[in-house]
Design a protein around this ligand. Structure first.
Ligand code: ADP
Length: 270
């Protein structure tokens, strides 16, 4: 931090003329380093489920004449495979978002549709823990962006709210318009996140408790994806939490203005 990387090139272009070219490579170096770290992390994260699968396959082979063991280990192979495919899916999603211009089609998006779809996708996991997800507030708000990406972001927040909460608790989605912004908050009554971890949870593959995250099938990429989606939409995501009491993640996105909305609906309903 604070270091500037300059690439300097010197060329003698004439007997008495030396050309010195200095190029600021600070940002390029930073991006390169992030990319390198990502590749290292990805290889490390992939090794765990792949290693587990190899071991399980070996066990199944050795126990070929014991149908009960075969069934049990085949079941565990299925769990590892599901985990691996979730991980691969999120790695692809994140790589796509890290490339500039992920948002190719920007339209006016009604928040209600995003909330409905994300809540309905998170419902199975919530029902398994008897957690109720409610939604309310300014659901008629509209934002600019990509419907599918916004659903992915909100769904990741909801999946986490469910995963890091006790059975029979409540999760709420609250929408507010504040000036030119639409705030979508996901509020849970779960385990919470300590202050020192609150910034770190947005880092790729960072988990407060790796064992618990693994148990819930977490990949450690969910919040990085949310952060990228928010930034690509010109917004941000913030966290507020009290350990033991609960957590609130708030997505803030620029609101689609009245004129733009009118123009859009004029195009749609001539
Ligand atoms: P994961 O796949 O592990 O859930 P995320 O990137 O979505 O990865 O989240 C990173 C970490 O942040 C999680 O492992 C967990 O420790 C913490 N976390 C995220 N959401 C919550 C929440 N609602 N309540 C408590 N902890 C959370």
């Amino acid at each position: 931090p604070g270091t500037v990387v300059l690439q300097v090139r010197v060329a003698q272009v004439a007997p008495h003329l030396v050309l010195v070219l200095a190029e600021d490579r600070t940002e390029a170096r930073r991006v390169e380093a992030i990319r390198r770290d990502f590749v290292v992390n990805v290889s490390h994260e992939l090794k765990t489920p792949v290693g587990a699968l190899a071991l399980l396959a070996e066990t199944v082979q050795d126990a070929a004449d014991d149908p009960e063991t075969v069934r049990r280990f085949a079941g565990r192979m299925q769990i590892e495979t599901t985990r691996l495919s979730a991980l691969v899916h999120e790695i692809i999603e994140l790589s796509r978002l890290q490339v500039a211009g992920a948002l190719q089609q920007i339209t006016v998006i009604p928040v209600q549709g995003v909330v409905d779809e994300a809540v309905s996708r998170a419902r199975t996991a919530a029902q398994a823990k008897s957690i109720r997800i409610s939604a309310g507030g300014a659901l008629d708000a509209q934002v600019y962006g990509d419907h599918a990406l916004l659903v992915t972001a909100l769904r990741n927040l909801l999946d986490n709210a469910v995963a890091y909460s006790d059975d029979h608790s409540q999760v709420a989605v609250g929408v507010k318009t504040v000036g030119d912004l639409v705030e979508i908050a996901v509020v849970d009554e779960g385990i919470g996140i300590s202050v020192e971890n609150q910034d770190r949870v947005f880092e790729r593959f960072y988990r407060v408790d790796p064992a618990r995250s693994r148990e819930t099938g977490g990949t450690g990429l969910g919040l990085s994806i949310v952060k990228h989606v928010a930034a690509d939409h010109g917004g941000d995501v913030t966290v507020w939490s009290e350990p033991g009491r609960g957590t609130t993640f708030t997505l803030r996105l620029p609101a689609a203005s009245g004129e733009a909305r009118a123009a859009h609906s004029a195009v749609r309903d001539p």
